[in-house]
Design a protein around this ligand. Structure first.
Ligand code: A3P
Length: 323
């Protein structure tokens, strides 16, 4: 029978199946037909076993750098563009394909004991990320850190100001969070970007649509006012990533953040862009955001109970104060 030349055939195919124009990458080794045509020089082992998905400003850099210190855990190489995050599942990089992604990881020396991971904090609230991640990494563990969404929004706003975002510099935090339909477009856009990631339960539901509850770990970012930011012990005690308790040595710096203890009494903290100095959030803004996030927080509480996951302290406090 007659068939069209390749390019025309492809065009015809995508006319009939427009949904397939967007690729959805799967692990070539999970399907025999794919594996058979996958280059013999390539391996499927250069893929992460877990992802730290964010959201932004919850302490994801701390978690990333502390995890990376563990001898059995290997982080992705830093992206030359973002200097850190790969941001594969969340944006245009996805179109570059899995070879591009795999190149961010070393070839593990022992596939069963080496834990590759990456952290891209915008995965958490990107619509397509869970579906794409689950297609390529169906067995991965997913780690998310949650702090009070009000604090997250405030930290994010301060982050934008520190990066000289003209809109953030122009408006107070309260103006940003309370913007409405009649506000200028630029302010509204900042408003959305500031608040939308804090709708924790909606975002987590999307992840749970693609991953089993047992694959998801929610870490409380702030057990006590940023003091015990990093809950690695808790992560590992749950045997979540199958490793023994770590033998790190930590010390808190003057701000109360955990830093790595080095020799001769020295410490290594995160850079000065983490743990910034800024005035406390106004009570007015806090009250506004408590109300704003109430429903989402109630949903989160229900979800965590349903999943049998421990409740973050901030969540209990928040809902206790609100009731
Ligand atoms: P602030 O700078 O607003 O205080 P992310 O890395 O996800 O962008 O999160 C940044 C936030 O991590 C910081 O926000 C800070 O509060 C928090 N953080 C948690 N542990 C930290 C640590 N050990 N050192 C510095 N900042 C830490």
């Amino acid at each position: 029978p007659q068939t069209l030349p390749p390019v025309l055939l492809a065009q015809k195919y995508f006319q009939i199946f427009p949904d397939e124009r967007d690729p959805l990458w799967q692990n070539p080794c999970h399907d025999k037909r794919h594996k058979d045509i996958w280059s013999k020089e390539k391996t499927c082992d250069r893929l992460p076993k877990f992802l730290v998905i964010g959201p932004q400003k919850t302490g994801t850099t701390a978690l990333h750098s502390f995890l990376a210190l563990h001898p059995a855990i290997t982080s992705s190489f830093p992206s030359p563009v973002t200097f850190e995050e790969v941001q594969f599942f969340s944006g245009p990089n996805y179109q570059r394909g899995i070879d591009w992604y795999m190149d961010f990881f070393p070839i593990p020396s022992n596939v069963s004991t080496d834990f590759l991971f990456e952290k891209s904090a915008n995965y958490f609230d990107t619509e397509v990320a869970p579906k794409r991640a689950a297609a390529l990494l169906p067995r991965a563990k997913i780690i998310s850190i949650l702090i009070n969404p009000a604090d997250r929004a405030y930290s994010w706003y301060q982050h934008q100001r520190a990066h000289q975002d003209p809109v953030a510099l122009n408006y107070t935090f309260y103006e940003v969070i309370s913007a409405g339909p009649s506000s200028p477009a630029a302010l509204l856009s900042l408003h959305r970007r500031c608040l939308q990631p804090g709708a924790y339960s909606s975002h987590l539901e999307r992840w749970l649509h693609h991953y089993q509850p047992s694959q998801l770990l929610i870490v409380d970012g702030v057990p006590q006012f940023y003091l015990i930011t990093f809950e690695l012990k808790y992560v590992l005690k749950m045997d979540f990533i199958g490793l023994d308790t770590l033998d790190y040595y930590w010390r808190r710096n003057y701000k109360g953040f955990w830093c790595q203890k080095l020799e001769a009494g020295r410490t290594r903290c995160l850079g000065k862009s983490k743990g910034r100095k800024y005035p406390e959030m106004s009570l007015e803004s806090r009250a506004f955001l408590s109300e704003y996030y109430r429903e989402q927080n109630v949903e989160l509480l229900r979800m965590l109970k349903r999943l049998g996951q421990p409740l973050p302290i901030w969540l209990r406090d928040e809902l206790h104060n609100a009731s």
